[in-house]
Write a protein that binds this ligand. Sequence first.
Ligand code: PLP
Length: 408
Amino acid sequence: MKLLAATLFRGALALSAPSTAAAFLSPASQSLVKFPSATSDLRKSISCHAKRGEGYGPPLNNISETVGNTPMVKISDRICPKGRTIYAKCEFFNPLSSVKDRLALSIIEAAENDGSLKPGQTVVEATSGNTGIGSGCYDVCSAWLSCVITMAEPFSIERRKLMRMLGAKVIVTPKAGKGTGMVEKAKELAEKHGWFLCHQFETDANWKIHYETTGPEICNDLKDMNFDYWVTGYGTGGTFHGAGKYIKEHSPDTKIILAEPGAANLIGSGLSTDRNPDGSPACSHPAFNPHPIQGWTPDFIPLVLEKGLGQSIHDELVDIPDGAAVQMSQALARNEGILTGISGGATMWAAVETAKKAPEGSVLVAMLPDTGERYLSTPLFASIEADMNEDELEIARSTPSFILEPVS
Ligand SMILES: Cc1ncc(COP(=O)(O)O)c(C=O)c1O
């Protein structure tokens, strides 16, 4: 939270300096970042729907009541091509800071309601992390559930620790087994121990929650204007399938842009995934290669995604080139005060590229699935030092007291 607070403070400082452009040293870029003056678009763009100080509303019964209703935020022309408008749908406003809170809650509620999840039963799921973080929390909310997560080795350490912090047990599967390995392990554990398997890659409860919440939220929030493009990537394909289906039905002129890593061009390859009778993948997809966009594109085409693709929901497929996702995620942090993960950077890159080709006046919405704080140990933060750099040391030495010299 400190990181986020610092970035927001930067923006606040700019706003509190009415006559001059505020200048602030950006440790990450080693350069002076200039913020616009108070007369700029930055200030004009402040439009909280509830006034600060009004309060949130009556106290909630538990944290799961805060899932969904995430805000959309306008991207400035520091990133958005001139004459176009891009709104970021900020899913890190969910209580566990990702879009997967919606699905985790939906699966558990649906299974409780139809009786397939019994009191006291353990919940098990294969996940790149965000679903597990959500499940860990909502199991705790249910008070009588416990949670076991299988997760492949390459996903960030932060995810493992967060899930354990939330009371889940995390079974790490070998890197060589890829996504299909962690899915297979979860199935095996469920069968052996009689646990409830979430089946996030196959269950209709996944896309349905996005049909019932994510899609309507976007259309409702933009009801006074047409939006021309909606841009998303896919992990399970739940967001794409559910929100995409809703948007196609309620805003038929909106074009849906689906993105995938250039290195793992599964949809682009035109090859399908062989399935087991329960819809889970029977083997690894031949077009898969390891890629840095955690949470996106496992080494198979999930059934939830395939069902969406079968309804011709998307109008265009965009490949994300190497490095573009991390660069855009860093640019969002430095230019917009928006701290999102690598998949958020990838989606925004696809949105910006789409905007460049779109007619003047076009409005785009890009999904930002999670928070950047979940990536401290990944390439997203590889260029961010923990120790003071030369510029910072120079500032420290510019006054006499409390100088922490580096130990050589
Ligand atoms: C970081 C991140 N981005 C995007 C996604 C994709 O969401 P969906 O599973 O709805 O396709 C996920 C899903 O795990 C994720 O963890």
